[in-house]
Write a protein that binds this ligand. Structure first.
Ligand code: FES
Ligand code: FES
Length: 155
C-alpha cells in the first residue's frame, strides 16, 4: 500500500508517496532527481548506490523507504559543492581518478565517512574500509592515492 514519507535530504525536506518496501535509491533518483547514487547491482554488492544515513554509509538499493525513518540523508550532492568541494572530491580530481565514473559515488561517500572517523589511517585500514566497493574500470590504485591524499588534508 502506498504511504506518504517525509525525507530529509541534504538539509531539505521532501514528501514522497511510495510503497514502504521500495528502495530509497528509487525515491532519490526517480522522485527527487538526485542522480549521484547509482544503481549498480541492486544487491548491496558494489556500493554505487551509497548515501549517508545520519552520517553512516548505507546502500540505498537495499534500504527500504520504511527503514529510513527519521534519518537525515546525505547524497554526494550534499557532501561538497563545486565552489567548496570535500577533500576527497578534490583529491579525486588531483589524482585524476575517474574513468567511466559510474562507481565514483560509492567510493566518495564511503571514503568521506571513513576519513571523518579515522584520522591518519594506514594503507591497510584504507583498503579494509573500501573493500566492499567495486570499480569495473580498475581505478583502484588511483583511488588509494586519492584517499591517502585526502587523509593528509583531513588529518
Ligand atoms: S547498487 Fe547498491 S550496492 Fe550495488
Ligand atoms: S570508474 Fe568505471 S566503474 Fe569505476
Amino acid at each position: 500500500m502506498i504511504q506518504k514519507f517525509t525525507l530529509t535530504v541534504n538539509g531539505k525536506s521532501h514528501t514522497v508517496n511510495a510503497d514502504p518496501d521500495m528502495p530509497l535509491l528509487y525515491a532519490l533518483r526517480n522522485e527527487l532527481g538526485l542522480n549521484n547514487p547509482h544503481f549498480g547491482c541492486g544487491l548491496a554488492q558494489c556500493g554505487a548506490c551509497t548515501v549517508h544515513l545520519d552520517g553512516q554509509p548505507a546502500r540505498s538499493c537495499i534500504t527500504t523507504m520504511s527503514a529510513v525513518g527519521d534519518a537525515k540523508i546525505t547524497t554526494l550532492a550534499g557532501l561538497g559543492a563545486p565552489d567548496k568541494p570535500h577533500p576527497i572530491q578534490t583529491a579525486y580530481i588531483e589524482e585524476q581518478v575517474p574513468q567511466c565514473g559510474y562507481c565514483i559515488n560509492g567510493w566518495l561517500m564511503t571514503a568521506a565517512a571513513f576519513l571523518r572517523d579515522k584520522k591518519k589511517p594506514t594503507e591497510a585500514e584504507i583498503k579494509d574500509a573500501l573493500s566492499g566497493l567495486k570499480c569495473r574500470c580498475g581505478t583502484h590504485i588511483s583511488i588509494l592515492k586519492a584517499v591517502k591524499r585526502a587523509a593528509e588534508v583531513m588529518g
